[in-house]
Write a new protein. Sequence first.
Length: 81
Amino acid sequence: MSPSQFSALQGDLPLRGQSRDRFLLRFESLFHPGRGLSFPCDEFGHVALDQLSDHARENYLFARAVVGHEYATPVIQRSDE
């Protein structure tokens, strides 16, 4: 696990600046190639939980809890927007 992937699992710090719109934390499904969950994050993989909808927050917390069972270790990706 890379340091950026590890820090993504550890913290939910507030997002800084405008970087939250340029990065996504992606949890890829282990059983359904091409499917997964993505959440806006900063360049370090920190997701601001208070900025997510209730449904997105539940999905994010679930994905974190089942890394290695349902989802691969998350990766930080640049957003296409």
